[in-house]
Write a protein that binds this ligand. Structure first.
Ligand SMILES: [Zn+2]
Ligand SMILES: [Zn+2]
Length: 346
């Protein structure tokens, strides 16, 4: 066991504070990672405040982890000391079910083991990236290509893969019209990635407040959903809409913007169930779908793609002492576009 410094929420809704946690000894197939940067994901806040139900405390959030391997177990074959690596939302899964076997570990039938706020196979709670070091089985670690700086790579481990996976699955590319709903942490990554894939990209945002940013990030068009003309003008336009927002929305109106056979894929979800007239999918053979992060193999593919296209997240680098303030700013949508903690300040 190794004692490492971390930032933890001692109880639900309590501010995060500096503490120490124990990391397990490096096992046969484990790597020890010196964490350099950890992104702040909106879901960190949901979980630290028990917005998604009962959670495990103390909680060390963080599933956008970038760092450097500092020790490897005797059975490790994929990584060496000094390698630049990342860890995303999961650190284990059953490895035996049909979904694990085809590399979709995020949909493990027995449930993936979350990077934090979960219980590992050893029966101990998992602790996330707001800490100095983490020990992870090599099969749940990905390589960060040399072309990507670790700070802007960290958010790719959740925000990047969450948007890459549906864009890839639903074939965003040349000749395809893709709309991204919401221009926050997830949305700004969706715009960059869809643009790099060659799609014609439209941002649908509540207002035109971030229009200049959106166009700079790679969007071809930018519309305000608060303007009633937007719906009229864009009816039947898109092959794919990726919605990144978790606020309640008019899903029927969004579906009306799809072409025949188009898909509306949700990576954000409102807390309350929605009511939907099914004629909005029947007319036009449309798909209403969801998508959750991506498997380990696809996460590696996403990092390689981002390195090849020079894509990192737009970040505000903060010290650990600023985490609580950053949480408030995330809740107020006052971040462009991801906070990243410099873990050297823990
Ligand atoms: Zn996340
Ligand atoms: Zn499984």
């Amino acid at each position: 066991m190794t004692t490492v410094a971390a930032y933890a929420a001692p109880a639900a809704k309590a501010p995060l504070e500096r503490t120490t946690i124990e990391r397990r000894a490096v096992g046969e197939s484990d790597v020890l990672i010196d964490i350099k940067f950890a992104g702040i994901c909106h879901s960190d806040i949901h979980q630290a405040r028990e917005g998604w139900g009962e959670a495990i405390f103390p909680m060390v959030p963080g599933h956008e982890i970038a760092g450097v391997v500092s020790e490897v177990g005797p059975g490790v074959t994929k990584f060496q000391v000094g390698d630049r690596v990342g860890v995303g939302c999961m650190v284990d899964s059953c490895r035996e079910c049909e979904n694990c076997l085809r590399g979709e570990e995020q949909y493990c039938l027995k449930g993936m083991v979350g990077t934090y706020n979960a219980v590992g196979k050893d029966g101990e709670p998992t602790y996330g990236g707001y800490s100095e070091k983490i020990v992870v089985d090599e099969n749940y670690v990905v390589r960060i290509p040399d072309g990507l700086s670790l700070d802007v790579a960290a958010p790719l481990l959740c925000a990047g893969i969450t948007t890459y996976s549906p864009l890839h699955h639903w074939n965003a590319g040349p000749g395809k019209k893709v709309a991204v709903v919401g221009l926050g942490g997830l949305g700004h990554m969706a715009v960059k990635i869809a643009h790099a894939m060659g799609a014609e990209v439209t941002v649908l945002s509540q207002s035109l407040r971030k229009k200049d940013d959106g166009l700079k990030l790679g969007a071809d068009h930018y519309h305000a959903t608060s303007d009633p003309k937007t719906l009229e003008e864009l009816a039947g336009t898109f092959d794919l809409i990726v919605s990144t927002v978790s606020a309640p929305m008019d899903f029927g109106a969004l579906l009306s913007l799809l072409k025949v056979d188009g898909a509306l894929v949700n990576v954000g979800a409102p807390e309350e169930p929605i009511a939907l007239n099914l004629f909005s999918v029947i007319g036009g053979r449309k798909t209403l779908a969801g998508s959750m992060i991506g498997g380990i193999r696809e996460t590696q593919e996403m990092l390689d793609f981002c390195a090849e296209h020079g894509i990192g997240a737009e970040i505000e680098l903060i010290s650990a002492a600023e985490i609580n303030e950053a949480y408030e700013r995330v809740l107020a949508s006052d971040v462009r576009y991801r906070f990243v903690i410099d873990t050297a300040t823990i």
